[in-house]
Design a protein around this ligand. Sequence first.
Ligand code: BGC
Length: 407
Amino acid sequence: MKTFPEGFYWGAATASYQVEGGIEHCDWAEAARAGRVPPCDSACDHFNRFEADFDIAKSLGHTAHRFSLERARIEPTEGQYDHEVIAHYRQVLKALRARNIKPFVTIWHFTLPLWFSESGGFERQDSPEIFARYARFVVAELSDLCDHFSTMNEPNVFGSNGWLRGTWPPFKRFALTDLVSITNSGRQYEAKASRGIRPLMTYWQVMKNLAAAHNTAYEAIKHVSPETEISVVKHVIVFDANRNPINQLKAAVANYVWTKIFMNRVKQRIDSIGLNYYFYTQFGDTRQWKKTDMDWNFAPERIYDALMMLARYRKPLFVSEGGIADHDDSDRAEYITKQVAATWRAIQDGADVRGHLYWSLMDNYEWALGFEKKFGLVAVDYETKERYIRPSAYVYKEIIEKNAVLE
Ligand code: BGC
């Protein structure tokens, strides 16, 4: 029996655009109107059904829940905040607290208000200050109900899909990326590759602006709410290698580029780190991997490596996402069990992991792949909006109730 520390947080995560429905004034909605990504429309209608959804989370034993604020709703025009939307998110936080579920709020999860994306978004030199102003505002409005905020979700995924691979807004593509592209982020909706090295330089600048946005937001938030715990949610790909030294060099460079550059830029201004783990790959691998519905290697146990990579920053960690697209729920229970057991092993080896949030509470809009991928503990019928709890959710519940995993 692998028992977790007392008070370990257990739950699941969602993100506003993927579940709420009815978000029109953001870059993704605009891209859908232009036919470049699938429409999201009413999604899971979680905006109106959050109480019932949190009842389900509660019934599944969850003690924590991560969700994100929709910036396009909160700041629909520059510097003008919608107080009704803030009142809504206050209700969401109260609904979690009433159920004794600890909220983890992500201030920004991928989608951008149109006024911001159309004026250059994170390519803008002043984007760190613009972001920090918004971050400070929301924390000032909500920190009496929540003590943990993540500034941003997966800056590297946002940057590389938007500016290198061109699969996500603003669809800028760097031709050479095709040679090293390893994950599945959607169809290539005629994103034309620009010539030369320029797109790479823009990507580089966007990544620098994102780190600066986090750092500036950290300072701004601490100014209004010094007690608030601030994290960044980092997507970690575990790049591994066989014994070949060239492959080992490749893996070291890849881990440096994907994870360490960004973390080194923000490490002075984080109170904790959220890990999103989905992906393990090995240079020189000859194994035939079982695949998930995303066509990703089925490697839940390698979350261990990702946690140990982040443990080097000597901050409290939490698994902010980790999960599997599995339409018939045949592999999810095994995936969760192995992921949790590997998290336990990382704790034994010194990683200060405080919680585990499965991605996702319910099926949702998987970005450029639309609604076809099923990550949820809970299935959603998008026509009727009915929810159906999947069997694997009860396996997770058992782990939560025991605060331990048998493996
Ligand atoms: C993102 C989620 C996404 C999930 C599965 C993460 O990259 O934060 O928004 O749905 O992975 O692909």
